[in-house]
Design a protein around this ligand. Structure first.
Ligand SMILES: *Cc1c(COP(=O)(O)O)cnc(C)c1O
Length: 394
């Protein structure tokens, strides 16, 4: 047994592997070890498991098996989608559109393309974190090749209106990519109804293994062209070279199946836990919810606390709860969160924020403990700040 550890409330950074997922993966490490590209019994067995997994993941988003390319995760899927489309559609233009609150795995490939002579429009968001659809429409140009808007935000959980965005992009004949790393298995996704052309997925935010993800690439009306970003083999129709990894892929599919089977009950349960925590925190003055109050991921609560430093709050909470102030990928940076500043939050408030990421294993009793610890720590920090203000005023 591990020694007592803090309550885990950082489910937007990663989640523990579901034991059922591990069970599904295990045979593919040992007996069923074949290379799915091999033309013999061992290869065929691996290939069969892989195709079963591909079907399962495709059906979760209303896609076809042949439209799913496996990647090492959402970062790679985003890179392949953005750079792959940019390169394949050079004859149409060199303009892309994305949003200020995107994950760095979208923003950085876009910035890279800027250095290569592409133009990128970065749409602002409204104070609730949603994009303005009129602004999107106005930003579209004849030379626009791709719009990339995330399904659900990894810091404040805000869910963008994908169906409306899809409609706008389709009628302008512009491809739509969405980073659905946080959304898959948490909220319904339908590439047909939402008119999405490319979608990035990952397993490890959904109780699956790390290091595996997928890119959905539409094959029909329209057929999306993509330039490979990784060369070296004919795997994944030549679009992503490298030996496929059956244990991870089987685990990814199992995680998606479990997520989908329990989507509604789990959403209701985590919303109740989140609301319980938010209600407790609101006894304090000067607390602000970041992002839209209801158009957000069930397990996400992102709160700014006036008059304290977020770093001090995180430090005070460490023995009780494992949380982050924002994206795990930027938690070592000293800049305030680019997501919260995009909402128009002052830097002091963006610094003084906590992202609570509630998941499948959390209980109401844990949330009570977290609420109490947060209230105590915020009050103690505010009292200490007040005392030092008084001392320095004297
Ligand atoms: C976690 C995350 C990623 C990165 O996914 P990996 O599979 O870890 O590469 C990308 N986008 C969003 C929104 C995420 O939350």
């Amino acid at each position: 047994m591990l020694a007592h550890r803090p309550i885990y409330l950082d489910c937007h950074a990663t989640t523990p592997l579901d034991p059922l997922v591990l069970e599904a993966m295990l045979p593919y490490f040992t007996e069923q070890f074949g290379n799915p590209a091999s033309a013999h019994q061992y290869g065929w067995e691996a290939e069969a498991a892989l195709e079963q997994a591909r079907r399962s993941i495709a059906s979760a988003i209303q896609a076809e098996s042949a439209e799913i390319l496996f990647t090492s995760g959402a970062t790679e899927a985003n890179n392949l989608a953005i750079k792959g489309v940019a390169e394949a559609y050079l004859a149409k233009g060199r303009h892309l559109i994305t949003v200020a609150t995107e994950h760095s795995a979208v923003l950085d490939p876009c910035r890279y393309l800027q250095t290569m002579g592409f133009e990128v429009t970065i749409l602002p968001v409204q104070p609730d974190g949603l994009i303005d659809l009129d602004q999107l429409t106005a930003a579209l140009r004849p030379d626009t090749v791709l719009v990339s808007v995330m399904a659900a935000n990894n810091e404040m959980g805000v869910i963008q209106p994908l169906a409306a965005i899809g409609k706008i992009c389709r009628s302008a004949d512009v491809l739509l990519h969405t980073d659905a790393a946080q959304a898959i298995g948490k909220i319904p996704l339908d590439v047909k109804a939402m008119q999405i052309d490319l979608m990035s997925l990952t397993a490890h935010k959904l109780y699956g293994p790390k290091g595996i993800g997928a890119l959905y690439v539409r094959r029909r009306s329209p057929r999306v062209q993509l330039a490979a970003q990784l060369h070296g083999g004919a795997q994944e129709r030549g679009l992503r070279a490298g030996t496929l990894y059956p244990p991870q892929i089987v685990g990814f599919a199992k995680a998606v199946e479990l997520g989908l089977a329990n989507l509604e009950t789990e959403a209701a349960r985590t919303i109740a836990l989140r609301d319980q925590l938010w209600q407790r925190l609101q006894v304090l003055d000067g607390v602000h919810l970041n992002g839209h109050p209801s158009q957000r991921l069930p397990g996400n609560l992102n709160v700014s606390f006036e008059g304290i430093s977020g770093q001090a709050l995180l430090l005070g909470l460490q023995p009780v709860v494992a949380v982050s102030s924002g994206s795990a990928c930027s938690s070592t940076r000293t800049q305030p969160s680019h997501v919260l500043t995009a909402l128009g939050r002052a830097p002091e408030l963006a610094y003084a924020s906590i992202r609570f990421g509630i998941g499948r294993l959390n209980t109401a009793a844990e949330l009570e403990q977290v609420a109490t610890a947060t209230l105590d720590t915020v009050r103690a920090l505010r009292t200490a700040n007040l005392a030092s203000d008084l001392t320095s005023a004297r």
